[in-house]
Design a protein around this ligand. Structure first.
Ligand code: FE2
Length: 235
């Protein structure tokens, strides 16, 4: 399996603090059958965690014991487009795929129009994977926005923890509905530490396989994440 959303690089965001913690997370990943990990540390231009490629790359180079790729989780802020134009953002494995996070509570938290930003990014040639749509108030309040964002060309990554029985009901119901409605393109851990959403995918893989069959599970946990690495359109 491939984890395409995880905060495993140490000392750059709210993920692990030390290289030892990063390495423990990666060992846990390997033990769970996760053989490739894309490191997607937060990047919130102009606000916090200002992790551009030049900052992430040297940290990434220190933890490359298993098959790792570099990316980031880019928050849409007023500076994000500028940073992209300046080539400062770590896209997925330096392809045109971006893991995009939007403000949790409101479209206008940073006084930006997220839908207009998605359109601009796509017109710039980027492919958008939206992180954990199940956690955004906009979607929780208005499910039809998923169709709107899909029609713009967005893809969606659901957190593994949102699918588990331990998830908040609203997150869990939405996440399974996304899979049912084919709005879920990828499942990833969004791991932050060994204690906060560790790198584990096998439990969610088994649940998806039971409910939707082995072909769907393979698409969400292996085939599509590999296509992010390769810069290809998703299946
Ligand atoms: Fe994340």
């Amino acid at each position: 399996m491939i984890d395409s959303h995880c905060h495993v690089l140490f000392g750059v965001d709210d993920g692990p603090k030390t290289i030892e913690e990063s390495i423990t997370m990666l060992k846990d990943a390997a033990a769970d059958g996760v053989n490739k990990v894309i490191c997607t540390s937060h990047c919130v231009p102009g606000i916090k965690f200002e992790n551009d490629y030049a900052i992430l790359k040297p940290v990434y180079d220190q933890v490359r014991d298993v098959e790792l790729y570099l990316g980031c989780e880019l928050m849409v802020t007023p500076l994000s487009l500028e940073w992209l134009k300046e080539n400062r953002i770590a896209s997925y494995n330096q392809t045109k795929w971006l893991l995009i996070e939007i403000p949790y509570l409101s479209d206008v938290q940073f006084e930006i129009d997220v839908e207009a930003t998605f359109k601009t990014l796509i017109s710039m040639g980027y492919k958008i994977l939206i992180a954990h749509p199940e956690r955004y108030k906009q979607i929780q309040n208005d499910y039809s926005k998923m169709a709107v964002w899909r029609s713009i060309g967005c893809h969606f990554s659901v957190n593994r923890t949102s699918l588990l029985d331990t998830a908040r009901e609203v997150d869990r119901n939405l996440s399974w509905k996304f899979i049912e409605d084919d709005y879920c393109d990828v499942v990833a851990t969004d791991a932050h530490r060994t204690s906060v959403r560790n790198i584990t995918l096998s439990d969610a893989y088994a649940m998806v396989e039971t409910r939707f069959g082995s072909e769907r599970a393979k698409r969400l946990f292996i085939d599509n994440p590999q296509r992010l690495i390769d810069g290809l359109d998703l299946l």
